[in-house]
Design a protein around this ligand. Structure first.
Ligand code: DGL
Length: 259
């Protein structure tokens, strides 16, 4: 692996693999280091300060490896990022935010937009500002679905238990009102078939394509060996960790075209 051709991607766990999966398609010759902070997942139910502390350690890890850019493949961690934090590291930092603007521009005229994310993201200032900026007609609602992070971590992607959890969390929402569902947490990509089952004909949007495009615009196409190295909270993955990663990537390929 050639360090200056390497992109660091991190998430609290398996969610950011959906960004890596997209990045491997759109940047086929780049090298990646994927860092899953499994020791601290879930981030979405912790405080902003705690998450920022984890992120500092992870950024130092990437700094030591001399990467060109770091993709924060986690909406929750991005929602805690500040400009001075970004500026204190010598690489490009590409954050993720829920695709609210894209949803409003593309489908907002038809019906309402629902943003699903973690509690930190849903309650955070950044999402509020994003909605205030683009949603002039009160067309965006939000819902926190924290259990989906746990289900994704367990590889429980399509069971009735997950279906029932989502149904229950959406009890107060009139599902017919929504044109689109914004997946505002990278762990939520695993459940695309269930959203279709629950909402019927709804459009699903995530920020993965836009995030990878932004990375390409900052770093250009990198010509390394097209390899991925994985770390679990800074350590080499065990056999069980690698099996979990492979199972997750397989699922992401299966649901890739569901949008
Ligand atoms: N995957 C992360 C996100 O995009 C966070 C999930 C969590 O750890 O709570 O928000």
């Amino acid at each position: 692996m050639n360090a200056d051709k390497t992109i660091g991607i991190f998430d609290s766990g398996m969610g950011g693999l959906s960004v890596l999966h997209r990045a491997m398609k759109d940047m086929p010759t780049a090298d990646f280091i994927y860092y899953a902070d499994e020791e601290h997942v879930p981030y979405g139910e912790k405080t902003k300060e705690t998450v920022r502390g984890y992120m500092k350690d992870i950024f130092r890890f990437f700094e030591e490896r001399n990467v060109s850019a770091v993709i924060v493949a986690c909406n929750t961690a991005t929602s805690t990022l500040s400009a001075d934090f970004r500026a204190s590291f010598p690489f490009h930092v590409i954050g993720m935010e829920p695709a609210v603007k894209l949803a409003l521009d593309t489908y907002g005229k038809e019906k309402k937009v629902l943003v699903a994310a973690t509690p930190i993201t849903v309650k955070g200032e950044k999402l509020k500002k994003l909605i205030d900026k683009y949603d002039t007609g009160g067309n965006v609602d939000s819902v926190a679905l924290p259990e989906l992070v746990r289900f994704a971590e367990k590889g429980n992607f399509g069971s009735e238990e997950v279906y029932n959890y989502i149904e229950k969390a959406l009890e107060g929402y009139d599902k017919k009102k929504y044109s689109s569902l914004v997946l505002g947490c990278t762990h939520f990509n695993y459940f695309k078939p269930l959203y279709k089952r629950i909402f019927g004909d709804i459009h699903l949007l995530d920020g993965n394509k836009g995030t990878v495009s932004r990375c390409i615009s900052l770093t250009g196409q990198l010509h390394g060996e097209g390899k991925v190295e994985y770390f679990i909270s800074g350590k080499t993955p065990s056999q069980a960790n690698m099996e979990k990663i492979q199972k997750s990537l397989k699922r992401l390929e299966e649901v890739y075209d569901i949008n």
